[in-house]
Design a protein around this ligand. Sequence first.
Ligand code: ADP
Length: 372
Amino acid sequence: MENQNSIISLKNVNKIYPNGAQAVFDFNLDIKDGEFIVMAGPSGCGKSTTLRMIAGLEEISSGELWINGKLCNDVAPRDRNIAMVFQNYALYAHMTVYHNLAFSLLIRKIDSDEIHKRVMAAAEMLGLIPYLNRKPKQLSGGQRQRVAVGRAIVRNPVVYLLDEPLSNLDAKLRASMRKELSQLHHQLNATFIYVTHDQIEALTLADRIVVMKDGYIQQCSSPKEMFDNPVNLFVAGFIGTPPMNFYKGIINEDGTFTHTSSGTVLTIEPDMFESIKNKGYVGKQVIMASRPDYVYMDEATFAKYPGGKFTLKLDYEEHLGAYNLVYGLFGDERCIAKVYNRDQASGETVECVFDMSKVHFFDPETENRIND
Ligand code: ADP
């Protein structure tokens, strides 16, 4: 049965391509009406395959796909009430913007007054009114992308599927289109499923992010939850720029962590230690992970985080206006710190602290997080 509160439900969905390659494994997700879902992960992890199964462009090998209360595994794409926006906008070069927007409605034999109304409403929403008589080649990249989005809007779909829609645009345009898409989502009050390999797009746009790897969902949660509490090393390394720093070491009985390559002893927060101890990790090898955002090197923080002191061997520094990215080595492992305040003179080493309430511990074999 479908979940009554969901606009889309995927239940135990698998995709095996005819050549025998399995691209998606046991995919389960309930998407609420109006949600902005971002599917993220590296190239080849199965994002597009999943999106294409929802669209009906790829057959579902096993499992169930429910859209708006209807089992849709065998429903034709055009009858699913969804619209898709691709990265290569696939606009009709010989048609004007107006006709590009109207075309899918014309072939559905919709009444011409209604078509005009919908085209003008979409053009108005997207700032395309001045360009309605132009052909695609007379438009900028951003304008073409808006026409592609407009072609989806005129169909009034229940769900919008967007496959890397901004990846052909330059960095500046991407940032402004990101904002526009977010506003559009609010305005349309529709459900968006958006595929990207760009974790910044995922963090800025999503209500919930689904991170995939090798065909499996790794974590599905709000951007904040994913940033604060990644479930495994893969998600910890994928979400956040610069990525988390990782350090090998051992959990000691007295509630400390000994960093192997430097010999530094750090104090684990009592609650965190309790959960690690309960899972049997005392005396075991683990990986400690710390975000560059939670490494500090100004005097005021040393008293605040007394259990997190360590020495960083400096490598180089990037000055990025409001903050510096400091690259160095902790023992023989890479440490990047994003620092806003830095009151020590530059030398070969610098004294630093980890905010130990923000670190995480992972099992080096299963790669899963072990602290609660
Ligand atoms: P992503 O969108 O995350 O980059 P895809 O969903 O496109 O990943 O691909 C997932 C996996 O399925 C990849 O290993 C890819 O090579 C494979 N794949 C995609 N399309 C086909 C196909 N038509 N036949 C066989 N394998 C495919």
